[in-house]
Design a protein. Structure first.
Length: 304
């Protein structure tokens, strides 16, 4: 990857792709660009990798791009809409060849989900405008609005949202139930729903639970991930997924009071496959205010 590809190498790759059933392109970054000791100047694939993908995909629509990166990269529409698939492989270690081959050949279901949002462009990123800073200093101004929280606040649609991931099968959600429609401070809100593998092969689904607070005096994101569960299902199998949220899950940190605070009011639980693919919703009410000092201990206030 450190050596630039010349025109001869490009022509060989295009000629080979034109006569192949499937074209596999392994692209991405390495330690020269991804490191804890330095920041990336942009989100581009280095060198002529975008050009390579575009030219190969132009002659072979069954092109699969395997990305090995430590974080998001931009994917131009000039090739993203022309390839058959994109596999985000990260940096999986010494068994990466076997693991990627198992996914590509269908021996393993790609059950991972994105832990980051992939933006359409650098300008949509939460840190844009704050980095690289001024006079050698970078100020953290995003606050709590990072990742998918930022995209939803600004109305930016990401290229691939937080929690996104595909499978070789399909899943259906049904029967979302809450343990109570009025939650008291210190109690738990239990939820359950049925997830069914509606496809013809085994697969893994990640059920994600987000919380939307409708009221409150503190700034809150549109929604926040509060729980998740991974379930493996055979074709046609249905399983009940059960999760629980404590009162702390409803709280925001109040820097003035130096405490976690949950204010009474209506909350909504959103259950889905990603931060954007929501399949079920249910609302409940917190009956009274709750707080917990940052140093420990707990205080509760009267009903509201």
């Amino acid at each position: 990857m450190t050596l630039p590809l010349g025109d001869t190498s490009f022509e060989r790759a295009v000629a080979l792709a034109r006569t192949s059933d499937v074209a596999l392109l392994f692209v991405g970054l390495n330690g020269e660009w991804d490191s804890e000791g330095q920041d990336r100047p942009d989100l581009e694939l280095p060198g002529r990798q975008n050009e390579l993908i575009e030219r190969v995909a132009a002659v072979n629509p069954r092109t699969v791009v395997v990305l090995q990166t430590g974080g998001p990269v931009t994917m131009p529409s000039s090739w993203l809409g022309c390839v058959a698939a994109v596999v985000q492989a990260w940096y999986p270690g010494q068994e990466c060849g076997n693991a990627i081959a198992d996914v590509l050949f269908g021996r393993a279901d790609p059950g991972g989900r994105l832990p980051q949002s992939f933006p359409v462009r650098l300008e949509d990123d939460p840190a844009f405008g704050n980095y690289p800073g001024e006079n050698g200093k970078v100020h953290y101004r995003e606050g709590i609005f990072v990742g998918y929280r930022h995209y939803e606040r600004q109305g930016f649609r990401p290229l691939f949202p937080f929690g996104h991931g595909l499978s070789y099968t399909r899943f259906a959600y049904a029967g979302l139930r809450l343990s109570t429609d009025t939650m008291t401070p210190g109690a738990e809100q239990a939820l359950s729903l049925e997830v069914t593998n509606t496809g013809d092969r085994a697969g893994q689904e990640v059920v994600q639970v987000y919380l939307h607070g409708r009221t409150g005096s503190l700034p809150r994101p549109e929604k926040e991930l509060k729980a998740f569960a991974k379930v493996a299902l055979q074709p046609g199998e249905t399983r009940t997924v059960a999760l629980a949220l404590g009162t702390r899950a409803l709280a925001c940190f109040d820097p003035v009071r130096a405490a976690w605070v949950a204010e009474p009011g209506t909350f909504e639980l959103l259950v889905g496959r990603s931060s954007e693919d929501i399949r079920a919703r249910a609302s409940f009410r917190l009956a009274a205010a709750w707080s917990e000092p940052a140093g420990g201990g707990r205080t509760e206030k009267g009903a509201s």
